[in-house]
Ligand binder design. Structure first.
Ligand code: FES
Length: 108
């Protein structure tokens, strides 16, 4: 376990609660979401059929997939009891207006 690499993503200013940034990070699309003042990062791919989650409605710490309405937890990436589906989530912190997203190293 190496702890992964940290990638810097510039955030809109201000980046207030409820805002979502779609970031393109090393070939991956990652949503960075301000959930009540805490940043969350999740792969931009619904675990149901792979739709983009960007534009999905935020409800608390969950996002509703725009395609078929699956609710995905932005903390765990889990889609509730729906067949154990989940989307990867990433550690993220905000420092000086930048999001530091920790990507897993291959093989971690
Ligand atoms: S692709 Fe997201 S709910 Fe179907």
């Amino acid at each position: 376990m190496t702890g992964g690499r940290q990638i810097r993503v510039e955030l809109p200013k201000p980046f207030t609660p409820g805002m979502v940034k779609l970031a393109f990070v090393e070939g991956q699309q990652i949503l960075i979401v301000n959930v009540g003042g805490t940043l969350r990062a999740i792969a931009n791919s619904c675990p149901h059929a792979g739709s983009s989650l960007y534009g999905g409605k935020l409800i608390g710490a969950k996002i509703r997939c725009p395609s078929h309405g699956l609710m995905i937890d932005l903390v765990t990436g889990c889609a509730g009891a729906v067949g154990g589906l989940s989307t990867p989530v990433f550690a993220v912190e905000e420092i000086d207006g930048l999001a530091l997203v920790t990507l897993d190293e291959p093989g971690d």
